[in-house]
Design a protein around this ligand. Structure first.
Ligand SMILES: *Cc1c(COP(=O)(O)O)cnc(C)c1O
Ligand code: SF4
Length: 348
């Protein structure tokens, strides 16, 4: 067993175990975990200072997850954009391949929290082959994103098999790998993994740092190893109420990411996913954060603020000056030129 596999097997997956470290009431949270499983790596747990701090809020189960909301289990219609199991194809030139249904630490705000582990969502040998054949038959696809769950929970050999197969498809120009392992399980970034990944360039890694406290000596080292393997690193921050919905702190996060060679790519507005309403901020908050970045720090530290439109209409980038709104309703133009009305949540 490799070191990271041991670390993973020692991660916290029950409330009784979590209660040994964090003051929680396992009885009260039992129904939450029955619905949405718990998993926290010991490393990520070690970053928590208080239960409700920005790290704790991301991974400790909360009663709010069971609140009756009118939110969807699949707001982005990923199910409807799935031509073969494990593949999401929304845009003509790029597709997402879901190669794993588990993550080292389960984020309470996860967009796919209602669907991971669900029948058909997990790719197996047969459906992987079908997904690869689908990509093979579509020369318009030039960019494949390995996602999940976390693709880095595959073993090196499993991952390399997929990369070999993808690289045999001549029209695939770039590969992307979306992983939170540098943030929640930095041990996963081994020199062997980096040696493998660098054989399949151009390969990009996008990770997800949500708070400056996640930039530690360990996560810094994992990013340095990837960057030294020639992998351009990007970051997709999720805008989360009570975690990072503060312009000053967000600026600090973006600037610190550049110091560890990670380029801020997106700030995501929370998707309208069932069980995550307590993390949602008004769109105005994101616009204020962008106004605090643009021109106030380098363009390198300024990502795009994006909303993934409900119904699978695609991501749109928002700038404070070009947003059309009427009261609580935004009118957003997507990549097809369609205008979608988007209802903002109420101001706090
Ligand atoms: C976000 C997303 C992509 C990638 O979009 P980029 O803006 O190119 O990063 C591709 N497919 C789906 C379904 C997505 O949600
Ligand atoms: S790392 Fe991503 S896929 Fe995994 S639980 Fe967190 S948000 Fe969801």
């Amino acid at each position: 067993m490799e070191r990271w596999q041991r670390a993973l097997s020692e991660s916290i997956a029950s409330l009784s175990e979590l209660a040994r470290y964090i003051p929680i009431d396992p009885k009260l949270l039992g129904p939450v975990v029955a619905r949405y499983p718990l998993r926290i790596t010991r490393y990520y747990l070690s970053l928590i200072r208080e239960r409700d701090d920005p790290i704790g809020r991301q991974c400790i189960p909360d009663r709010c997850e069971l609140e009756q909301d009118d939110l969807s289990i699949d707001p982005l219609n990923e199910g409807g954009l799935t031509p073969v199991p494990g593949l999401i194809h929304r845009y003509p030139d790029r597709a997402v391949l879901l190669v794993s249904s588990v993550c080292p630490t389960l984020c309470r705000f996860c967009t796919r929290k209602n669907r991971t582990g669900e029948d058909g969502s997990l790719i197996n040998q047969n459906s992987l082959e079908a997904a690869l054949e689908y990509i093979e038959r579509r020369p318009a696809i030039r960019d494949v994103i390995l996602s999940g769950g976390d693709p880095l929970l595959l073993t090196d050999n499993e991952l390399e098999k997929i990369l070999i197969r993808l690289r045999k498809i001549p029209h695939l120009e770039i590969l992307r790998l979306h992983t939170r392992a540098p943030v929640t399980l930095p041990d996963r970034i081994t020199s062997r993994l980096c040696r493998i990944l660098k054989r399949y360039h151009p390969l990009y890694v996008n990770t997800q740092f949500n708070h400056p406290l996640e930039i530690t000596p360990e996560s810094t080292k994992s990013c340095a190893m990837l960057a030294d393997a020639g992998i351009p690193l990007g970051n997709q921050t999720v805008l989360l109420k009570g975690v990072n919905d503060d312009p000053g702190m967000m600026k600090q996060l973006m600037q610190k990411l550049l110091t560890i060679r990670v380029r801020p790519y997106y700030i995501h507005q929370m998707d309208l996913v069932k069980g995550t309403g307590h993390f949602r901020t008004p769109v105005q908050k994101g616009l204020t954060i962008m106004a605090g970045l643009r021109g106030h720090t380098s363009g390198m530290a300024t990502p795009s603020y994006v909303i993934d439109l409900p119904g699978g209409k695609g991501k749109v980038a928002l700038l404070p000056e070009d947003v059309r709104r009427q009261g609580q309703t935004f009118f957003l133009r997507n990549y097809l030129g369609e205008i979608t009305e988007y209802a903002d949540s109420k101001e706090e």
